[in-house]
Design a protein around this ligand. Structure first.
Ligand SMILES: *[C@@H]1O[C@H](CO)[C@@H](O)[C@H](O)[C@H]1NC(C)=O
Ligand SMILES: *[C@@H]1O[C@H](CO)[C@@H](O)[C@H](O)[C@H]1NC(C)=O
Ligand SMILES: *[C@@H]1O[C@H](CO)[C@@H](O)[C@H](O)[C@H]1NC(C)=O
Ligand SMILES: *[C@@H]1O[C@H](CO)[C@@H](O)[C@H](O)[C@H]1NC(C)=O
Ligand SMILES: *[C@@H]1O[C@H](CO)[C@@H](O)[C@H](O)[C@H]1NC(C)=O
Ligand SMILES: *[C@@H]1O[C@H](CO)[C@@H](O)[C@H](O)[C@H]1NC(C)=O
Ligand SMILES: *[C@@H]1O[C@H](CO)[C@@H](O)[C@H](O)[C@H]1NC(C)=O
Ligand SMILES: *[C@@H]1O[C@H](CO)[C@@H](O)[C@H](O)[C@H]1NC(C)=O
Length: 480
């Protein structure tokens, strides 16, 4: 460990930096010095806030052998570190190793930092997963009625929470959960990898998430959320392994992520039928950029199907979709209520897709029979521009709801190259209204062709989350 003197002069600091640089240069020269570097455990990392206190998971009796349960160690460590919430905050360092654990809860003004060779392994023992209440905006669990298993990393009613690392890994070991789900052996809904509820100022970055039992990252009823530089991998046949699900969240920024999964890469949500309508909390002010997605059986970006609290002001740009079912998909149904409006997507490149665009007004899938069939969703002002697609089977399926058309659809400057055996009907539009310009192949008549090139404008103003900057923090830091 090195200690940063509080009262060092600028010259002293400069000297120290030069020594540090020389040490780093030397350390690339051999195994011995590389070992020395690891033992220093000194890292720079990017975060919204740095911390004054830190501890290592091994200080709390953890064993990284892949078989010893460390649930108690995580809980003890975080419980200990929570005392620093109002004193500069704290960081829990997870060193190299395979750390088996069940669900544990985070605290405020807290950073969980995973070394690049640290792997968190989700326990296979259901007793390691507390059963918690269903989400009020869903009324029930997504897999089963009633409760649900708490997520591997869980937090509620927190502020200033960071989960990051030097691309360390969180492995949900989902296989057993997928099996139990498929064979109806679960009494509760499967856990997610990361869930933060009712929280503010969240950062999830520089991590690799693999084999989640179900959804991967689920911020819900939260605000000011940054998800950055996350790799999410799950077999493309695994059930419900959505990548990132902003759910009833305000001010969210998802960027530089790479996702290959068995469900939607990003699924934007806001509650289910009568429960979501009653809860009434929309997802709004959402940025998605520089996302690479492979989702053969689902969407790159899905809006819904649970959207009963509303979805508004979503801006997605610079998206690369490969071998996915659809690019942007809106999923809703009579009974959902809510709205999806002011959606903007530009610069999406699609390679090998079933459908470039898909909107479904009859998705069905109700929480229970208590929904109000007259609760119709409002889908309005959906803008797609500046896209190129290749090897596409069908350009678009746009299916609104009879008596409740989806309006203000605008598609401009989009070139869709077709697959060797494309569908005869490339645009199938019912109960939708809008305009198009410069779109190939020729859209349906319900998207009236305009010659103006300025249509479907992407908003040029910034969202508040755009202004949040990450700082460079060091671990261990000067206060340790
Ligand atoms: C995390 O990712 C960012 C860019 O996404 C990068 O600048 C940074 O160096 C990475 N590593 C750490 C440890 O923060
Ligand atoms: C974590 O929080 C949930 C929800 O508040 C609670 O049910 C659970 O008991 C907590 N777990 C621990 C170990 O405190
Ligand atoms: C968390 O916040 C929500 C919404 O403000 C509140 O209803 C709930 O009681 C809080 N839960 C806890 C454990 O403080
Ligand atoms: C993080 O690890 C994953 C999985 O090994 C890898 O695919 C990805 O490229 C890594 N990301 C960075 C930024 O090193
Ligand atoms: C699920 O519930 C049933 C009926 O209550 C019970 O017999 C069974 O043991 C439970 N299964 C698990 C895995 O807890
Ligand atoms: C049309 O979209 C392409 C990207 O697909 C972009 O390079 C080009 O500048 C766009 N044209 C206009 C007029 O915006
Ligand atoms: C086009 O898509 C088909 C699947 O629909 C795939 O088998 C084929 O390899 C793709 N061709 C190219 C050039 O990507
Ligand atoms: C077009 O979409 C409508 C509504 O979803 C459907 O009933 C019809 O079968 C589709 N037509 C073709 C040719 O796919």
């Amino acid at each position: 460990m090195w200690y940063w003197p509080r009262n060092a002069t600028t010259t002293q600091l400069l000297e120290m930096m030069i020594v540090a640089i020389i040490l780093v240069l030397l350390s690339t020269n051999g195994v011995e010095s590389r070992k020395a570097k690891v033992s220093i455990e000194s890292y720079d990392y990017s975060a919204v806030s740095c911390r004054s206190h830190s501890a290592s998971l091994t200080d709390f009796g953890a064993v990284g052998d892949g078989t010893t349960s460390n649930t108690m160690s995580f809980q003890a460590a975080i419980s200990h570190l929570s005392q620093f919430s109002s004193d500069g905050g704290s960081l829990l360092f997870v060193p190299p190793g395979r750390w088996l654990t069940g669900s544990f809860n985070l605290t405020s003004h807290f950073t969980l930092f995973l070394h690049k060779d640290a792997v968190l392994l989700g326990s296979q023992d259901e007793n390691e997963w507390p059963v918690i209440e269903p989400l009020p905006s869903y009324g029930r669990g997504r897999d089963t009625e009633g409760g649900r298993f708490g997520s591997l990393i869980f937090g509620t009613n927190l502020t200033d929470v960071i989960i990051t690392g030097d691309n360390g890994t969180i492995d949900g070991q989902g296989e057993l959960w997928w099996k139990k789900f498929r064979s109806g052996q679960l009494n509760y809904t499967r856990p997610y990898l990361i869930e933060l509820m009712y929280s503010d100022n969240i950062q999830i970055s520089n991590l690799t998430l693999i084999n989640s039992p179900s959804w991967n990252i689920h911020p819900v009823y939260s605000s000011n959320v940054i998800v950055q530089g996350v790799t999410i991998l799950a077999p493309v046949t695994s059930p419900n392994t959505d990548g990132i699900n902003p759910d009833s969240c305000t001010n969210t920024r998802i960027e530089d992520c790479y996702i290959v999964s068995g469900d939607d890469c990003v699924a934007v949500k806001s509650g289910w039928d009568q429960y979501g309508i009653a809860f009434g909390m929309p997802t709004k002010q959402l940025l998605i950029r520089r996302l690479t997605c492979i989702s053969p059986f689902s969407a790159v970006i899905a809006l819904g199907s649970e959207m009963s609290g509303g979805i508004q002001d979503v801006r997605a740009e610079d998206i690369l979709a490969i071998g996915s079912e659809s690019g942007v998909r809106i999923k809703t149904a009579a009974g959902r209520g809510g709205f999806v409006r002011d959606i903007y997507v530009r610069r999406m490149t699609m390679k090998t897709m079933k459908w470039a665009f898909w909107m479904t007004g009859n998705y069905g899938s109700h929480a229970d029979s208590g929904y109000d069939p007259n609760a119709l969703p409002e889908i309005r002002n959906v803008n797609y521009r500046d896209m190129v697609a290749e090897n596409v089977t069908m350009a678009a399926r746009l299916e609104g709801i009879p008596g409740d058309p989806f309006t203000g659809i605008c598609i401009s400057n989009v070139t869709i190259g077709l697959a060797a055996k494309p569908k005869k009907l490339q645009w199938n539009c019912t109960d939708v209204a809008g305009v198009s310009s410069g779109v190939v192949p020729q859209p349906c008549e319900l998207l009236e062709e305009k010659t103006t090139t300025s249509s479907c404008e992407f908003p040029e103003d910034a969202l508040p989350i755009d202004y949040v900057q990450l700082r460079t923090c060091s671990h261990p830091n000067k206060c340790d």
